[in-house]
Ligand binder design. Structure first.
Ligand code: B1M
Length: 220
């Protein structure tokens, strides 16, 4: 990693939000790749933070401060991560499932999916299954639903959201595709709960969103 990326990583780990924003801008100006800033420096920092938390070296407040710092950095690099928008290829709703407050990964996924040409409605965090259904009812043009979960304890809420979506499509005959992801989610779990696709990261989520939309349009 370059010196600048190492500086960004350290600033995220230490929760220095202003410094992170400034360093990200400097890195972009110096020609660093936005994806490297994200994947190597910032996600790398969150992984260190997660390990320290697990080992009781830091606690929730420090984790929160690091997350805020990363969000500031993401704001700076977001335009460079997204492609310039053309006509939307489809409409998608995304949310972190009930009981789960983690949104950094979900926000990155939303950003990459938007960059892939979708119009994205972000329902936020701690989204009850009823809210997904209400949003679908109010937006008949939505074709893809994206569910994120970061905790093993909220995996059942993802399953419940999936069941509610299946009951809704069975009742209405509406065609929908559901994609899932998040740190504890695996392809096996996605299959078990009947999701249409899974991705382990944000770039992959944009790819699978395009794929399921193509499948839907092809009547699959
Ligand atoms: Co929390 N937390 N946290 N946390 N937190 C984790 C997830 C944890 C792994 C830390 C640890 O113990 N090592 C652990 C979960 C353990 C488990 O369940 N197995 C944990 C815990 C335990 C908790 C609390 C329970 C702590 C407590 O209160 N005792 C609590 C729960 C609160 C709740 O949600 N109800 C909690 C709280 C928090 C904060 C609020 C302080 C803060 C979140 C702030 C925020 O998001 N606004 C926080 C943070 C920051 C973390 C860590 C450190 C970082 C998460 C993150 O943003 N990662 C995390 C440890 C870690 O991940 N290393 C941890 C960076 C982000 C880019 O990655 O979110 O994985 P990620 O997203 C990736 C992929 O997962 C994927 O793409 C993204 C980009 O590549 N992806 C998808 C995500 N969604 C997808 C959807 C898709 C496809 C791919 O398709 C739809």
């Amino acid at each position: 990693m370059s010196e600048k990326l190492l500086e960004i990583q350290a600033a995220v780990e230490n929760g220095k939000a202003k410094q992170v924003a400034q360093l990200c801008q400097e890195a972009l100006d110096a020609g660093e790749n936005a994806a490297d800033i994200l994947n190597k420096a910032m996600i790398g920092a969150m992984s260190v933070v997660g390990t320290k938390f697990k080992n009781n070296e830091i606690f929730v407040p420090e984790m929160l401060i690091a997350a805020r710092a990363m969000k500031k950095g993401v704001e700076v690099i977001a335009p460079a991560l997204k492609d310039a928008g053309a006509e939307p290829i489809g409409k998608l709703i995304i949310g972190t499932v009930a009981g789960d407050l983690h949104d950094i990964g979900k926000n990155l996924v939303a950003m990459m999916i938007e960059g892939a040409g979708f119009e994205v409605m972000d329902l936020g965090v701690d989204v009850p299954k009823e809210k997904f259904i209400e949003t679908l009812e109010a937006n008949p043009d939505v074709e893809v639903v994206a569910l994120s979960a970061l905790l093993t304890t909220t995996m059942p809420a993802m399953k419940e959201a999936m069941e509610a979506l299946q009951a809704y499509t069975a009742k209405t005959g509406r065609k929908l595709k559901v994609i899932v992801g998040g740190a504890p989610i695996t392809q096996a779990y996605a299959d078990e709960i009947g999701a249409d696709a899974y991705s382990e990261d944000a770039a992959g989520a944009a790819e699978v969103a395009k794929q399921v939309l193509a499948d839907l349009k092809a009547g699959k």
